[in-house]
Design a protein around this ligand. Structure first.
Ligand code: GLA
Length: 345
């Protein structure tokens, strides 16, 4: 027997640095934020999943016990989570599922992962199942994204949502699976995200193409992943040489940013954000003119560092401001908050 009513909240994330490294077995430094997605499930017909996207005013309904048909948009997430839980040996009970959130969609704050994670935790609890290992939940949610939504994203967003810790960033090593909390003591400095207004969808953007390029580079170099590549191995045709350079240098920037946080050198963090943006723009080529213009505007208005964040091709910019600096009017200030969790119904 499960509960009559459950609620789960999963946060979005900010990635301080370490972009397009997760699917290359590399390093990332994200944190969970306060904004996110809440999923409420109430008892109704056990055999049917009725889903309601409250913010969109749209609905879906499908049989809980069968592999649902494929559809697009937000419905793919609900159907995918239900189906992947069943495939993993945890079929869920139907019910009335209501989704609402305060994360801007498609803005690079990981609304997709927050939706998957909140759905998974709520569906498991509603069916009376114990919470599995959180790394397994992350992998299941990532399969939803890969196989139901068509975006070959890595594990960064799901892990950040599931392992977030107030006051801390998370240094993730995607090869070993290690997640280490790093105190994020801003001491008056401020972090903010800015929506470029260019909405992106990973499945439709150049994201999958970048993944294919990384696979091609690995095949040419005869390595399992770009984590095994050293600077001396970069004899690759363009643009693969630039893609690999970004990944190698971005991994190094994660280590430098971690040291900067540990020693309280936030000025250095700002310089690393700028360097990351230049690399994502020129070498990895995932920026767009509107985002570059936004980064330039923020730098001109006093940001100590700014960069495109997330999968790219639109979305958000992350910027760091000096203590005492007034934030631009369109800033959404962010700070590290706790992980995804069940809420009191
Ligand atoms: C998106 C994906 C992540 C990661 C980033 C880029 O957010 O969901 O897995 O690849 O892009 O760092």
């Amino acid at each position: 027997m499960g509960a009559l009513m459950v609620r789960a909240f999963a946060p979005g994330r900010v990635n301080l640095i370490g972009e397009h490294t997760d699917y290359n077995d590399g390093l990332c430094l994200p944190f969970a934020i306060g904004l996110g997605v809440t999923v409420t499930i109430q008892d109704a017909d056990d055999a049917v999943v009725e889903a309601h996207a409250a913010d969109l005013g749209e609905r879906d309904a499908f049989a809980a016990g069968e592999e649902p048909e494929r559809v697009g948009g937000w419905r793919a997430f609900v159907r995918g989570v239900v189906a992947e839980l069943a495939r993993a040996g945890a079929p869920v009970r139907g019910g009335s599922v209501t989704i609402h959130g305060d994360l801007p969609r498609g803005a690079g704050l990981s609304s997709s992962a927050a939706l998957e994670v909140a759905l998974a935790l709520a569906l498991l609890a509603h069916s009376g199942r114990p919470e599995p290992d959180r790394r397994d939940v992350a992998r299941l949610c990532s399969r939803v994204e890969n196989e139901w939504v068509g975006a070959e994203t890595g594990l960064l967003d799901q892990l950040a949502s599931l392992f977030g810790l107030a006051g801390h960033a998370l240094r993730m090593d995607m090869r070993s699976g290690e997640v280490v909390a790093v105190a994020l003591d801003l001491r008056g400095w401020r972090l903010a995200v800015f929506d470029s207004g260019v909405e992106h969808a990973h499945a439709a953007s150049g994201y999958n193409e970048r993944r294919a390029e990384c696979r091609r580079a690995c095949a040419i170099l005869g390595v399992e992943s770009l984590r095994d590549v050293t600077a001396a191995d970069r004899m690759l045709p363009a643009p693969l040489d630039r893609r690999v350079r970004h990944v190698l240098e971005e991994n190094q920037r994660v280590d430098r940013a971690t040291r900067a946080l540990e020693s309280g050198d936030l000025g250095e963090l700002g310089r690393l954000l700028d360097a990351s943006h230049a690399s994502l723009r020129d070498d990895y080529e995932v920026s767009v003119p509107e985002v570059d213009a936004l980064v330039d505007r923020l730098s001109a208005s006093g940001a100590a560092g700014a960069r495109i964040m997330g999968g790219g091709f639109g979305g958000s910019v992350l910027a760091l401001f000096l203590p005492g600096c007034e934030l631009p009017a369109d800033a959404i200030e962010v700070s590290p908050g706790p992980a995804a969790r069940l809420l009191e119904p």
